[in-house]
Design a protein around this ligand. Sequence first.
Ligand SMILES: *[C@@H]1O[C@H](CO)[C@@H](O)[C@H](O)[C@H]1NC(C)=O
Ligand SMILES: *[C@@H]1O[C@H](CO)[C@@H](O)[C@H](O)[C@H]1NC(C)=O
Length: 257
Amino acid sequence: MAPSFRCVLVLFVSILSALNVATAATCSDCFIHSRAAYYPNSDEKGTESGACGYGTFGATINGGDVSAASDLYRDGVGCGACYQVRCSDSTYCSEKGVNVVITDQGSGPSTDFILSRRAFGRMAQTTDAAASLLNLGVVDIEYRRVSCSYPSKNITVKIDENSNYPHYLAFSLWYQQGNSDITAVQLCETKNLSCKLLSRSYGAVWTTTSAPSGSLSLRMLFSNDVTGDETWVVPVNNIPENWKAGDTYDTGVQVNN
Ligand SMILES: *[C@@H]1O[C@H](CO)[C@@H](O)[C@H](O)[C@H]1NC(C)=O
Ligand SMILES: *[C@@H]1O[C@H](CO)[C@@H](O)[C@H](O)[C@H]1NC(C)=O
């Protein structure tokens, strides 16, 4: 009896540790504890001068449920990433919390997120609870990365207002779905398909001081931290030869992971 009992025990313990490993491996879905504050101004939405360089888009995207990130900003790579953020106090806070898009960089007292006022209030169960939360100013939260979703939007090139046709070209990429990061961008001449790697100038803004002439096409590298996948995506549509500062161009493509 004794040896076989030990055998069963050993088996049981190894199953338990195998389960533990499996749990750790899928913990990309787990919530992480932190704290969140909100933008001190009285404006409901985010800021138009966010560090990601999105301009107005950075204040209003996702209905204004946006946030500044501290470490999660990741030198601009984290711009456009989506997080589910929920506060911890069960008297005020809803189970679901709020989904926000990172459009700025910033940190408060041990916070990972500085939410728009609107997003902060949306973590609450009711309007009254939202007022109480807002009074607290800084709250305990937990968060996890989630897929961004923009039904009826393709990834869109926004030519920065500071661009200077024809040579200085700066742009950001809007409406990227899924939970990958854009980690590299190439700019190609459609005529002879010569491409060059662009540098991230700051935030979500890619620039070149010597944009080629003619119509241009992009190559975007999507990197997924969780799966380790790296994929180059090529837009269907080109940036036209006579691109203009401030204009937006639909790439004709969208991603889902
Ligand atoms: C592509 O054409 C441009 C001029 O339009 C030229 O400057 C560049 O060197 C060419 N690249 C290649 C690889 O042929
Ligand atoms: C996205 O691009 C495709 C072409 O690739 C186009 O058919 C579709 O209408 C575009 N969607 C939107 C919402 O613009």
